[in-house]
Design a protein around this ligand. Structure first.
Ligand code: AMP
Ligand code: MG
Length: 425
């Protein structure tokens, strides 16, 4: 053992355990354990209600966007054949085409049409000269110079979206631009997967909810509130089951009841080795359950299993460990179960301005503040005390600093891998 490891406060979660699963293997294990449990139930939703929902069917464009050739500038539309090769020439103004009010007449050679941005380009015309390049000779005559090329300043029908094109795929979480895209196709409703129903609770005789008085030895339950937020962020329908006392009979009743009408159950606390660890006990009696020691910090004890068709996650009680485990194991699982096409979380490389303490043999998710320096490079600093109960370290952070199992202490100035919280919490 090195000096450093002797200096750190020893607690059971820190012991090196060669039998522990790697964080990647645990994530993979969860995904394998829920294979084919992806939602199948769908519903039709009016466009505005489909924001943040997962598409259950591809969206195929039924029209061209834009539907017609149109002008990209305010100016004059003309035939490219009328463009002067050198010098300048005069053209007669045959009429106008405004957005929403197309030109109705016929524009002959030697004539042009006054046109506004977005207005329909008359069929026989193919080029637009911007207003500022045109001299007005009279109310009905303009002069143009050489220099404009055929097709300039026009937008082609279908240049954004072609009729028949697949614009959004099944499994897509609908965002702001998608909503605009669907509207641009005139689609009034979409077919989406129903939302995941997730119930969650905290375990521990020491826990009180906000609004209750604290008695000797009690603390406020923070996990349920953070879990609520993270689940909302994943667009789940949530049921808060409150604090469940360390009482196997009560726990069994609540778990079995909630499993009837939820896709996922999540608890925190009571999964470490201790006399009050009833969650494992109850789950192994009533469902199938795996208890994993994961070679990670924070978040070593992690429980995963099933109660009937309902997926169960038992997260550690320590608030930071709970959040890290959620981000690393539960979030990817929720994404898959919801029918969403999995996305790799964004990871970046940044220079750490803090020296980072680290033991070999486990992946660490330290909490950092990622920022951009004046020269555009990325730096990250740690958010103070990195203990697994120090929730301030999460609150101040905007990223995880992920240190791999084989890494040891990291000197300030080194490159480290960071995972921004975007999309995670
Ligand atoms: P446990 O996993 O139940 O042994 O809990 C580990 C540590 O996390 C203990 O210090 C607990 O008091 C604390 N803890 C457990 N659940 C919560 C919670 N919901 N909110 C805040 N702290 C908790
Ligand atoms: Mg407990």
């Amino acid at each position: 053992m090195t000096d450093t490891s002797r200096q750190s406060a020893p607690f059971c979660g820190d012991d090196h355990d060669p039998a522990a699963l790697s964080a990647n293997a645990a994530r993979q294990g969860v995904l394998e354990g829920i294979r084919s449990q992806m939602l199948t139930a769908t519903e039709h939703l009016p466009l505005l209600q489909s924001l943040d929902r997962v598409l259950a069917a591809d969206i195929i464009a039924t029209l061209n966007v834009p539907p017609h050739d149109n002008s990209a500038m305010d100016g004059y539309a003309l035939r490219s054949g009328d463009l002067p090769d050198i010098g300048s020439r005069e053209l007669q103004v045959a009429g106008s085409s405004f957005a929403g009010h197309p030109f109705q007449g016929i524009c002959n050679s030697g004539e042009c049409v006054r046109i506004m941005t977005g207005a329909v380009l008359p069929a026989e015309l193919d080029t637009v000269i911007p207003q500022e390049l045109v001299q007005t000779v009279s109310a009905t005559t303009i002069r143009i110079d050489a220099g404009t090329r055929p097709g300039d300043n026009t937008r082609k029908a279908g240049e954004d979206i072609m009729q028949g094109q697949t614009v959004l795929e099944r499994g897509r979480r609908i965002g702001a631009a998608d909503l605009g895209l669907l509207a641009s196709l005139g689609i009034p409703q979409v077919c989406a997967f129903r939302r995941l129903r997730v119930a969650f609770f905290s375990t521990g005789d020491e826990l009180r909810s906000v609004g209750e008085a604290l008695h000797a030895g009690e603390i406020y339950d923070s996990n349920r509130y953070a879990l609520f937020a993270m689940l909302k962020h994943q667009h789940c329908r949530v049921t808060d089951l409150g604090v469940v006392r360390d009482d196997p009979a009560m726990l069994r009743k609540i778990l079995l009841q909630a499993a009837l009408d939820h896709d996922v159950l999540i608890s925190s606390g009571g999964v470490s080795v201790g006399e009050a660890d009833y969650v494992r006990q109850v789950l192994s009696e009533s469902g199938n359950i795996a208890f994993w020691k994961v070679a990670m910090k924070p978040g070593r004890p992690f429980t995963f299993g099933h109660l009937g068709n309902t997926v169960f996650f038992g997260l550690p009680g320590n608030p930071v460990a709970m959040m890290v485990s959620f981000c690393q194991f539960v979030q990817p699982a929720l994404q898959y179960l919801a029918g969403e096409t999995p996305s790799q979380p964004l990871t970046l490389t940044a220079v750490t301005t803090s020296a980072l303490k680290k033991r070999a043999g486990r992946t660490e998710y330290q909490r950092g503040i990622l920022s951009v320096t004046a020269d555009g490079s990325l730096t990250v600093s740690k958010t103070g005390n990195q203990g697994s109960g120090i929730l301030l370290s999460m609150s101040r952070a905007n990223c995880f600093i992920i240190l791999s199992a084989d890494q040891t202490h990291v000197a300030a100035g080194s490159n480290v891998r960071v995972q921004p919280f975007i999309g995670l919490l």
